[in-house]
Design a protein around this ligand. Structure first.
Ligand code: GAL
Length: 414
């Protein structure tokens, strides 16, 4: 039985429920369970309820969404897909090709998404010419976060090169401070890795290596230098990093247990949820080097039947792109609105920097999709790279061996 048939059968069995229930319904699968994330997703729940919707929450904990995507596969295969799912980048297209996504073009056309969304983002939301996902935000991945009082007490400024970062980290380490808060989960290793690829190689190298999967770039001396820098960073991490969640690493910076974290700006959502103020308690700067790695959260709707479910999907899509949600959600989440027409006057300096850099890098050709957050590559290719990055980070593998393994892993995934 194809996925489409399985879904249709299960949708038929849900018909009775939809006759009895009134009003828009949505079961929403997402992985927003940390403090900042939960505050942000509550905004959507509240707006949905205020419009008469009934929200059934299906949170699957696990930063980066790996566990959520496993749960999604199980639900779809058992013929019981959730109505709305946090999905991103090429994974949207992959699910569309399975024939299981709903077409939300009627909402997109009524709200004029083609006019209010930047073309680079709109492209991710369209499948074969129909609108198949609703964009929530723009997260920037290439950030360094710092505990302000720690680095100032040691006469350290936010690093603008990787050599400066290393020198600052060595100074802190000599003073008994953990330089880098890191959680040893593969997606976090990949997050740090891609910022080093961008910083040491530059935007064109990033594109060749992690978007185009060019073998010369993947096996180059530049890529070896990236793995060497990863080895150096490994030396700046405390001994308890294995398996640590990203938000606990953020808390280490917040609480003065570590100086820096390299993480996307969902980390800022954690600082804000804890009442910390950018520029006073913590500092943000893009990781050393040029460019901007974007990570656009979005929701796709799975094909379901029943007027209440379809009304729920349409209402969610409308609210997500609506101006009010775009502002309030992103104030909590640490990201910036996808809509350029949402005023940023209530946003903090890190968000304004992100928005300005996004415009400037789009013009310069250095606005790039994050591979670590599922924006650049299909799952098989991204997973093959991440396996090598993690294997290297957690062993004494040489950079030469790492690039050889990288080339093999990518070739086998194609
Ligand atoms: C990213 C996602 C963010 C944030 C982060 C940590 O992949 O885009 O919204 O939630 O994972 O969970």
């Amino acid at each position: 039985m194809t996925l489409r048939m399985t879904l249709a059968a299960s949708a038929a069995s849900l018909c009775y429920a939809s006759v009895v229930l009134a009003g828009p319904q949505a079961e929403v699968l997402h992985w927003w369970t940390s403090g900042g994330e939960a505050r942000a997703v509550a905004v959507l729940q509240e707006e949905f309820s205020a419009r008469g919707g009934t929200w059934t929450d299906m949170p699957v904990a696990g930063g980066g969404g790996d566990a959520a995507m496993t749960a999604l596969r199980a639900r779809v295969l058992s013929g019981n897909a959730p109505t709305a799912v946090q999905l991103k980048g090429p994974a949207i297209q992959e699910w569309y090709e399975e024939g299981v996504l709903a077409d939300i073009s009627s909402v997109a056309e009524a709200q004029g998404w083609a006019d209010i969304l930047p073309a680079s983002i709109a492209g991710h939301m369209q499948c074969d010419g129909v609108w198949c996902a609703a964009p929530v935000n723009v997260h920037r991945v290439d950030w360094v976060w710092a505990n302000k009082s720690i680095i100032e007490a040691h006469g350290i400024a936010m690093p603008t090169t990787w050599d400066e970062f290393n020198a600052a980290a060595e100074k802190l380490q000599a003073a008994g401070i953990t330089p880098l808060a890191h959680g040893g989960q593969s997606w976090q290793d990949a997050t740090v890795f891609e910022t080093v690829v961008l910083g040491l190689g530059g935007p064109d190298f990033f594109r060749s290596a992690l978007v185009d999967l060019d073998m010369d770039a993947l096996t180059s001396d530049t890529m070896k230098a990236v793995f060497d820098q990863m080895r150096t960073l490994r030396g700046f991490v405390d001994s308890n990093f294995s398996g640590r969640d990203w938000n606990l690493a953020t808390a280490m910076v917040m609480n003065g247990e570590a100086a820096f974290q390299i993480m996307g700006d969902w980390a800022k959502g954690e600082f804000l949820a804890a009442g910390k103020v950018p520029g006073e308690d913590f500092l943000c700067a893009s990781t050393p080097g040029d460019g901007y790695l974007y990570n656009v959260d979005s929701f796709a709707m799975f094909s379901v039947s029943g007027d209440d479910n379809i009304a729920g999907q349409n209402l969610l899509a409308e609210l997500i792109v609506g101006e009010s949600f775009q502002k309030v959600f992103n104030l909590n989440k640490g990201s910036i609105p996808v809509r350029a027409d949402v005023a940023l006057d209530e946003f903090d300096s890190c968000a304004v920097l992100s928005a300005n850099d996004m415009v400037a890098t789009a013009e310069a050709g250095s606005l790039l999709p994050s591979y670590a957050h599922g924006m650049a590559l299909r799952g098989a290719q991204a997973g093959a790279i991440t396996d090598v990055v993690t294997a290297h980070f957690n062993s004494d593998m040489s950079a030469d061996d790492a690039v050889r393994m990288l080339a093999d892993a990518v070739a086998n995934s194609l």
